[in-house]
Every structure is written in structure tokens, then in C-alpha cells.
Ligand binder design. Structure first.
Ligand code: ADP
Ligand code: MG
Length: 327
């Protein structure tokens, strides 16, 4: 039951994909325009993320890893708990407590790179000189090696990798300007090139959502006061029998929000056959003062101050875009 509660808690070091999420978000925070992700064995053996961001100065490497008070981690039981505490600003510390983690980094102003290594609960950090261009590489080996309950909970290599792949699709759609490369067991799986022009963006859209989606997609772009709605929706002709192509972002963050989903579903209503699902990639921009994003700990839900207005704006935007396609 404890495990079930921890998983229900949402924001946890639940699986390799949650590690990848935290590390890629750190790379984006560091201003990276290029991120390379290497995964072995679905992430249970290796998760390696290399970026060209601003890097971490030598004297901050240890700090980046050891934000958790190590004294708190005294028994194996606690360790299992740490794995599920949720990162909340302590991602690297949490990850390093359940893996063998190496952080290698170089900043613009440093002539050489440095490497910091931390393993499990003994978070004695060792620093060594290393070779690395400006940017950061994080290598996470043997995830959950010291938390057998968590390790046992991992699914097959294929399933864990699928979670990582899906996560990176969501990120790829939120940051068209960043190039993202994904390998699994040494094999190149995805290459999302940085894109600026509409044509380049549509190439990425096709890489993420498939050529079929692009073929039937209409783009939309509209505004109303502080609100903006843009992206692509799939016409009813191209609609699918799978519920796996619904991407929605609010101010650049992926959301699974009831109000938004409702507005979109309502707009599609009647246009789709009963076995068809709406497919879309939509970006909503709203004045940050008009929205709270911390409603749900995993931050997938939002609360708009003017919920009705946002709902109707999305509804009307999607509906009129759909109507234009039915000529
Ligand atoms: P948070 O991101 O909430 O600050 P983390 O544990 O994820 O906490 O990261 C700790 C710190 O390590 C970050 O604040 C940042 O200074 C540094 N850091 C982590 N990853 C990177 C990276 N890829 N590039 C530059 N700095 C990083
Ligand atoms: Mg972070």
C-alpha cells in the first residue's frame, strides 16, 4: 500500500523517464540549444544527457549534487522513501541517492572541465579534471541499484524506453528551437532538428506526430486580448482510432487540463465518428498573472482566473478552424 501511495503521489522518481524529464529540464534551464540523450536498457543501466548549456562552475558542482541533508538518509527504508519524495528542486540530489551519478561540466570562463561523482547514500562527492566542451553531461548508471523495491517495479526495457520517447515528444513540441537527439542501446532513434521556419516546424511536427498527422493537419493562430491560441488540429478525415495525439501547452508547459480538454472536445463534437479521437497540438498563451500553474503537484493542471473566457476562446478557435476545413 505504501508503494501504491508513493506512486499515486505523482511527482516521484518513479522510473527512468522521470529522471530524463528532470535532467532535460535542467538542460533547458541552462539555455542549451542542443541536447543528446543516450539510453541503455530502457534507462535502467544508463541515462546519459549531454547539453551545450552554460555549464556549472567547478565550485558549484558539489552543491548541485548535495542539496539533500545526507544525515536524513540513514536506513535503507529512508532510501526507498527518498526515491519517492518528489524532486521539488532537489532532482540531482534525489537521483544521485538512487544511482551512480557523474556530473561533468565546463563553463565558458573555465579552461577545463570538472567531473563530480556521487553514488547512493554515501554522497561523498569526488571531483576530477575531465575533458568536455562548454556544457554539461549527466550520467546516471544503475538506477535504483540500492532500492530493490523500486527496481523491481520497473517494467520491460521496451516499456520504459517508450515512456522516455513519449516524454521527449512532448518536450520536442514545446521547444522547436532546441535540437534533441535520442539513442537507445547505441542506435539513433529520434533526431529532432532545431526549427525556425514554418516548414521546419512542420517537419518536426511530422517527426513527432507522424506524416499522417501532418497530412491532415490545419494550422491555426488567433488571439483575443491577452489570449493566444496556435498550433495544429487534425481534420476529421485524418482523425484516428487512438487516443495518443493530444498535446496541449499553456505558456510553453505541457498540460492535461480538464477545462481545456472539455473545450476542445466540445469543438470536435459531431465532427468525429464515435470511434475517432480528436488529434491536436495546441499552444495557449495567456498573461502569466491570469493563470496559476501549481494546482497539481505534477503541474499538469492549471487554474485560469477567467476560466469561462479561456474555455470559450479555445472552443471557438478550434471550432472555426474545423469548419474551415469542411468545404
Ligand atoms: P533545480 O533545477 O530545481 O535547481 P536540480 O537538482 O535539478 O535542482 O539541479 C541543481 C542545480 O544544478 C541547478 O539549480 C543548476 O544550477 C545545476 N544544474 C543541473 N543541471 C544542469 C545543467 N544541465 N546545466 C547547468 N546547470 C545545471
Ligand atoms: Mg531541476
Amino acid at each position: 500500500a505504501r508503494l501504491a501511495n508513493q506512486i499515486a503521489a505523482g511527482e516521484v522518481v518513479e522510473r527512468p523517464a522521470s529522471v530524463v524529464k528532470e535532467l532535460v529540464e535542467n538542460s533547458l534551464d541552462a539555455g542549451a540549444t542542443k541536447i543528446e540523450i543516450d539510453i541503455d536498457k530502457g534507462g535502467s543501466r544508463t541515462i546519459r544527457i549531454r547539453d551545450n548549456g552554460q555549464g556549472i562552475p567547478k565550485d558549484e558542482l558539489e552543491l548541485a549534487l548535495s542539496r539533500h541533508a545526507t544525515s536524513k538518509i540513514s536506513t535503507l527504508d529512508d532510501l526507498e522513501a527518498i526515491a519517492s519524495l518528489g524532486f521539488r528542486g532537489e532532482a540531482l540530489a534525489s537521483i544521485s541517492s538512487v544511482s551512480r551519478l557523474t556530473l561533468t561540466s565546463r563553463t565558458e570562463s573555465q579552461p577545463e572541465a570538472w567531473s563530480a561523482y556521487a553514488e547512493g547514500r554515501d554522497m561523498q562527492v569526488q571531483l576530477k579534471p575531465a575533458a568536455h566542451p562548454v556544457g554539461t553531461t549527466l550520467e546516471v548508471l544503475d538506477l535504483f541499484f540500492n532500492t530493490p523495491a523500486r527496481r523491481k517495479f520497473l517494467r520491460t526495457e521496451k516499456t520504459e524506453f517508450a515512456h522516455i520517447d513519449e516524454l521527449l515528444k512532448r518536450i520536442a513540441l514545446s521547444r522547436f528551437d532546441v535540437s534533441i537527439l535520442l539513442r537507445h542501446n547505441g542506435k539513433l532513434i529520434r533526431q529532432y532538428r532545431a526549427s525556425e521556419t514554418q516548414a521546419q516546424k512542420e517537419r518536426r511536427l511530422a517527426a513527432v506526430c507522424g506524416q499522417g498527422f501532418l497530412q491532415h493537419a490545419v494550422s491555426l493562430e488567433l488571439g483575443h486580448g491577452d489570449l493566444r491560441l496556435s498550433g495544429w488540429i487534425c481534420t476529421p478525415q485524418g482523425a484516428r482510432a487512438q487516443n495518443d495525439l493530444q498535446y496541449c501547452y499553456v505558456n510553453g508547459r505541457m498540460m492535461k487540463d480538464k477545462l481545456i480538454n472539455h473545450a476542445i472536445r466540445q469543438a470536435f463534437e459531431g465532427a468525429l465518428a464515435p470511434e475517432q479521437y480528436a488529434a491536436y497540438v495546441l499552444f495557449i498563451e495567456v498573461d502569466p498573472h491570469q493563470v496559476d500553474v501549481n494546482v497539481h503537484p505534477a503541474k499538469h493542471e492549471v487554474r485560469f482566473h477567467h476560466a469561462r473566457l479561456v474555455h470559450d476562446f479555445i472552443y471557438q478557435g478550434v471550432q472555426s478552424a474545423l469548419q474551415q476545413t469542411v468545404v
